[in-house]
Design a binder for this molecule. Structure first.
Ligand SMILES: Cc1cc2nc3c(=O)[nH]c(=O)nc-3n(C[C@H](O)[C@H](O)[C@H](O)COP(=O)(O)OP(=O)(O)OC[C@H]3O[C@@H](n4cnc5c(N)ncnc54)[C@H](O)[C@@H]3O)c2cc1C
Length: 335
């Protein structure tokens, strides 16, 4: 039998105190259900024994940061699709959880100076809808490709970024778009960092810091995300490619995901292909040029071994996959 989360307001006998105005703080642990079954956050279930002892459900980003400051051992949870999987596998035993699911300010987006300010709490399902796809097509395509529907309904943009898994589908798109993260910290402080800095480990989230928003330039030009998986149906990427056209800067930006710990940008291949495009004309390219771009991207991301040594067959196959994805993505963006 699985237990489901009961809203705190229905469980007043379990509410020991309110740590901050506006935050709901409820016990989370053995509340008398079946042995080994625990109530989970944000409607998710977990069978993990000895999981978090408390769940705080703030209503604003500031309250969430304050809750994390008050309990440094607590971890934030959005959709829980990554976090609860780690709890269930016994890889994580958070002392407390700060649920982000009730923070309305991070569940939508707004326009700001030619950019879209995307809330970290946007789910993959929401980003996959047509109105969002008209705004940032490649990000919508990556969100539609992320897992089965139940995962897309719960999983969020912020969770995808914070987990920073090599197979994170939104990550190559954000890298190609050169998106920035707006990070909320204690005492109302905010700072902005390029998403690539976080993914490369150059700048990390500090104590009690949360990804609040993602600032994405609105390029009003074609952009494509393609993903290869090792199976039919939803699956993790074995390789993915995002291609973004930036006509104002006469640029092509490309990022390759899943083949390295972080998305890779083949900068020379980007510059070379951009120089071949007639930006004021049809913008079409000969099939040979598209194929050469694919090979250039693949060789940049999966270079030859030094000396005469051949790449292993599996790696050669991966390189061919990347080449095909890059060729097709650029072809679609220019068509
Ligand atoms: C069956 C299955 C299939 C999946 N398939 C795919 C797939 O095809 N493609 C893909 O990309 N992903 C996939 N995922 C992974 C997962 O769904 C995504 O990474 C999702 O976007 C995570 O978001 P979440 O809201 O569930 O994160 P959570 O699980 O809530 O959190 C993940 C991590 O991020 C932190 N976090 C969450 N929000 C914030 C924030 N705002 N600021 C700071 N830290 C934060 C949490 O503390 C935690 O460490 C899959 C997962 C499962 C279980």
């Amino acid at each position: 039998m699985r237990a489901s989360w009961t809203p705190a307001s229905d469980r007043s006998e379990d509410v020991p105190e309110l740590p901050r105005p506006g935050c709901e703080h409820v016990r989370y642990g053995n509340t008398g259900g079946q042995p080994g079954h625990r109530e989970g956050a944000a409607g998710l279930t977990t069978h993990a024994p000895q999981a978090a002892q408390s769940v705080t459900l703030p209503a604003s980003l500031d309250e969430a940061v304050a809750a994390l400051t008050a309990m440094p051992a607590a971890v934030p949870v959005a959709g829980g699709t990554d976090l609860m999987a780690a709890v269930n596998k016994g890889r994580l035993r958070p002392a407390g959880l700060v649920g982000l699911g009730r923070i309305n300010e991070i569940r939508g987006w707004q326009y700001q100076d030619g950019h879209a300010l995307l809330g970290a709490g946007l789910t993959h399902s929401r980003m996959g809808r047509p109105d969002f796809a008209a705004l940032i097509p490649a990000l919508a395509a990556s969100a539609r490709a992320a897992g089965p529907p139940q995962i897309r309904n719960a999983g969020t943009l912020g969770g995808n970024i914070a987990t920073a898994a090599p197979t994170g589908d939104t990550l190559p798109v954000l890298a190609a778009l050169e998106a920035d993260l707006v990070i909320a910290g204690p005492d109302g402080a905010t700072r902005e960092i390029p998403v690539s800095h976080l993914l490369a480990g150059r700048e990390m989230l500090g104590p009690a810091e949360l990804i609040g928003f993602v600032r994405v330039p609105l390029l009003h030009a074609p952009q494509v995300f393609l993903k290869a998986t090792g199976r039919t149906g939803p699956g993790r990427a074995t390789a993915s490619v995002a291609v973004v056209l930036d006509p104002a800067r006469r640029g092509v930006r490309c990022a390759v995901g899943a083949i390295a710990p972080m998305p890779l940008r083949p900068l020379e291949a980007e510059r070379w292909i951009a120089s071949l495009i007639d930006w004021d004309g049809e913008r079409g390219l000969a099939p040979e040029a598209l194929a050469a771009f694919g090979e250039y991207v693949a060789a940049a991301c999966i270079p030859d071994q030094e000396g005469d040594e051949q790449l292993p067959p599996a790696v050669l196959h991966l390189r061919r996959v990347v080449a095909a994805l890059a060729r097709r993505a650029l072809g679609r963006a220019l068509s």
